[in-house]
Design a protein around this ligand. Sequence first.
Ligand SMILES: Nc1nc2c(ncn2[C@@H]2O[C@H](COP(=O)(O)OP(=O)(O)OP(=O)(O)O)[C@@H](O)[C@H]2O)c(=O)[nH]1
Ligand SMILES: [Mg+2]
Length: 333
Amino acid sequence: MFVDRAKVIVCAGDGGDGCASFRREKFVPFGGPNGGDGGLGGSVIFRAVTGEQSLLNLKYRQHWQAERGEHGRGKDCLGHRGADCIVPVPIGTLVRDVDSGELLADLTAENQECVVARGGVGGKGNSRFVTPTNRAPRTATPGEPGERRTLQVDLKVVADVGLVGYPNAGKSTLISAISDAHPKTAPYPFTTLHPNVGVVHLDDLRRFTVADIPGLIDGAHLDVGLGHDFLRHIERCRALCYVLDLGGVDGRDPLDDLAALRRELEFHLEGLSRRPAIIVANKMDLEPAADNLRRLREQESLRIVPTCAELMENQPEVIQALRELLAGLPDAH
Ligand SMILES: Nc1nc2c(ncn2[C@@H]2O[C@H](COP(=O)(O)OP(=O)(O)OP(=O)(O)O)[C@@H](O)[C@H]2O)c(=O)[nH]1
Ligand SMILES: [Mg+2]
C-alpha cells in the first residue's frame, strides 16, 4: 500500500526531576547536599532513509513517544538521558506543524534528520543551589516537559527524472527496462496506482533516479482520473521525460497527447511544463509509429528518442539522453 499523507502526534520525553538529598555517613556530620540533576528527555527525530518508499509506517502508528529522562538521585548521581525516538521516513518527506502551519522539515537527502519535538531539560538537584549563606538547600527543580506536536506529514517523491504520460503509454514498461524498479505493466489504463522510484545504474558507478507516476488524462488537475493527487510527485523532479504512445493504441494522436500533458502540468503548477525534458517515442514497433514520429520531429524542438520499451530496444540511447539532460542541471530539487 502506498501512503503519501499522514497525521501523527509526537511527544518528546520529559526531563527527569532534580533530586534533593544529603550526604549521610557515619562520622560525617553535616555531609551537605548531594542531589543529582535529572536527565534530558529524548527527542523525536525524523530521518530520511532510502529503505522507505511511503508513509505507511506513520499511517498505522499515529503516536510516537520518546523516552523520558531519568530522575536525579542522591550521591550526586545524574539521571540518564532518555533515548530519542527515531522515525524513518522516505526521502522527500515534508513535515508541518498542524497548529502553527509552520514547515518544520523538508527531508530531501539520505540520512537528513530533523528534530520535530525536543526533549525537556532535566531539573536541577539541590547540590546546585548551595550558596555561602545557604549551605543546605532543600530545593530541587522538576524536569521540563517534552515538546508535543501534531504533525501533518506529506510525501513528495524526489527523483531526478519524472516520467509523464497518458495511461497505457508504456511508462512502467520503460522504467522496468532502464532501472531496477519493476512495477506491474498491463494492456489497460491505470495499471499503476502509485508512484514508483527506480534507480538507473550507469557504467561509471554513477546513478540517477526515475519516478513513474500514474497516467495523466485531460482534466487531471481538476481531479479527473488518478492524476491530480500524483502530479505533486513530479513537482520536485529536476527533469521530465514525456512518454508518448506513437502506435496510437488507444486511438489518440500522440501530438495531441503531448499538448494535453503540457497543459495539465502547467495547470497544476506554473512553469512545470517548461522544465528541461526529453520525449521518449514509445511503441515504435507498431504500424503508424514511423509516420507519427516524422510529424512529431517536424513540430518539436525537444530531443526525441524513439524506442520500443517492451522489446528493450534503444534502451542505452534513452539512458544516455536522460544522462545528458541531467548533466547540465543544478543538483537542487
Ligand atoms: N507494442 C508495444 N507495446 C508496448 C510497448 N511498451 C509497452 N507496451 C505495452 O503497453 C501496455 C501498457 O504498458 P504500461 O507500461 O503498463 O503503461 P503505463 O504507461 O505504465 O500505464 P499506466 O500505469 O496505466 O499509466 C502494456 O501492455 C505493455 O506491454 C512497446 O514498445 N510496444
Ligand atoms: Mg504504469
